[in-house]
Design a protein around this ligand. Structure first.
Ligand code: PEP
Ligand code: MN
Length: 268
């Protein structure tokens, strides 16, 4: 083990031993939903996804997109935003499923927190210290997505930042990292390299739950089932998967979205 991390661990300076009794139930977490809320049909989609075995529903109302204007369509621009949040409230009322959704900025914590049961922190905000410090003061469980560049120190440091603030309800989401250039000429939607080895690495250092995201880490729907299995075999506590009734028509992240049938086969 890296001497630096080992010394922090030995001295008890990495406050990363979390009391699972206080947490959202991360063990065997099956989180699924479309990348983003696209319209009122989200309520029926959530009902279907619940029937396929998901125990939490994830869809983004506020979406930080790589190109902010490119996908603008029918009122959707970087998500449906406030309208999307209202629709997620309807999902919650009608399905009873816990809602996982992204909060992009500290100023949005109260508003998103009225609906979210779990705050997703997107990869782009993995080291947004103002946001992480504010999340430490919140009581809402946190799903912290690893930055595509995040080293092991940066992952542990980001967790520590939330934990020392007093919020112990956190999980790390591994979602792929930089470094897959040799695949792109054959599989153009691949953007990231799966970061499976980080699962046992983090398990050796901490008991923070690890949720694996086979959708963003592969970028290609045919690779979602095998990488889901691999993540569970490597020790992940749960999965977060993008699923859409008509995957190719998804406004955001179409190539990685799986259909209902595939989701059912993964969650069975
Ligand atoms: C997402 O979950 O849809 C998303 C934007 O993920 P990430 O922050 O990992 O890119
Ligand atoms: Mn997505």
């Amino acid at each position: 083990m890296n001497e630096y991390i080992k010394s922090l661990k030995d001295q008890g300076k990495l406050n990363i031993s979390i009391d699972k009794s206080k947490t959202f139930n991360w063990k065997y977490t099956k989180i699924a939903g479309p990348c983003s809320v696209e319209g009122p049909e989200i309520v029926d989609i959530a009902k279907n996804i619940k029937n396929l075995g998901a125990n939490a529903f994830r869809a983004g109302a506020y979406k930080p997109c790589t190109y902010p204007v490119l996908k603008e369509t029918n009122g959707w621009r970087e998500g449906l935003q406030d309208k999307g949040l209202k629709l997620l409230q309807r999902v919650k009322d009608e399905t009873g499923m816990p809602i996982v959704t992204e909060v992009m900025d500290a100023s949005m914590i109260d508003k998103v927190g009225e609906v979210a049961d779990v705050f997703q922190i997107g990869t782009r905000n993995f080291q947004n210290y103002t946001l992480l410090d504010a999340l430490g003061k919140s009581n809402t469980p946190i799903l912290l997505k690893r930055g595509t560049w995040g080293t092991i120190d940066e992952i542990l440091g980001a967790c520590e930042r939330i934990l020392v603030g007093g919020n112990e309800n956190i999980a790390i989401c591994l979602r792929g990292v930089v470094g897959m250039p040799n695949y792109r000429h054959v599989f153009p939607s691949i953007r990231w390299a799966p970061d499976l080895m980080m699962i046992p690495a983090l398990k050796e250092l901490t008991n923070i739950p690890i949720i694996y995201d086979p959708s963003h880490s592969t970028g290609y729907r045919n690779f979602v089932p095998p990488i889901s299995k691999a993540a569970l075999a490597a020790g992940a506590d749960g999965l977060i998967i993008e699923c859409h009734p008509t995957p190719d028509k998804s406004i955001s992240d179409p190539a990685q979205a799986i259909n209902y049938e595939t989701l059912k086969s993964i969650f069975k």
